[in-house]
Design a protein around this ligand. Structure first.
Ligand code: COA
Length: 174
């Protein structure tokens, strides 16, 4: 954990217009497993079950994304551990019920603002190159394409998929 950032990595609760972010707990695992199993999410996040979600939750500080009192998304917040290269990167998934209404960008904006308040200046995210909706959503927040991460992701059939590295500096947040 970068020594310069003394306030908590995850805020207790961050509230936006549609979206509330609160730190995820093991009580959220089944809700996460449910939407991660939707075809439109599995396509980009791969296969997950209760055990793999628990394992990831233990490793990645995470928010549960809450809309209309329901847990409908997972936002992982990864902080670079090397103090010379401070940055934060994200992984996000939303249930199909709330996709396409701006909840993803809103969740990212809330999380990025909190990290800017903590002193961070650089953020990144790495969607698959053909995840057009994700790329548009991240561009709306202010992320810019940096370049293609070739053969970045292993697929269940043994193939590999390219990723698009996108980054954003604090002053570029929209
Ligand atoms: C990617 C994701 C986080 C985006 O959040 P969202 O709240 O759905 O995003 P938005 O509602 O702001 O829509 C984003 C943009 O994609 C566009 N869009 C919607 N469906 C689309 C589609 N099938 N193909 C291309 N663009 C699409 C929207 O019009 C919008 O563009 P605009 O802002 O220029 O009008 C969310 O859809 C999601 O979790 N998807 C499933 C899992 C996933 O792909 N995770 C990301 C892995 S990196």
């Amino acid at each position: 954990m970068a020594a310069a950032f003394r306030s908590p990595l995850l805020a207790p609760v961050l509230r936006g217009e549609q979206v509330t972010l609160r730190p995820a707990t093991n009580d959220d695992v089944e809700a996460f497993v449910a939407f991660l199993g939707e075809p439109g999410v599995t396509r980009w996040w791969g296969e997950n079950d209760t055990a793999s979600v628990r394992e990831q939750l233990a490793e990645a500080p995470s928010y549960a994304i809450v809309v209309d009192d329901a847990v409908v998304g997972w936002l992982q917040v990864h902080e670079e551990a090397e103090p010379q290269y401070p940055s934060v990167w994200f992984d996000i998934a939303l249930a199909s019920t709330v996709q396409g209404r701006g909840c993803g960008p809103e969740a990212l904006r809330l999380a990025i603002r909190h990290q800017i308040e903590r002193g961070h200046h650089r953020f990144s995210i790495d969607p698959a190159v053909d995840n057009e909706r994700a790329i548009r959503a991240y561009a709306a927040v202010g992320f810019r394409p940096v370049g293609v991460l070739r053969a970045y992701e292993m697929l269940p059939d043994g193939g590999r998929r390219d990723g698009l590295l996108m980054d954003l500096l604090a002053e570029e947040l929209r």
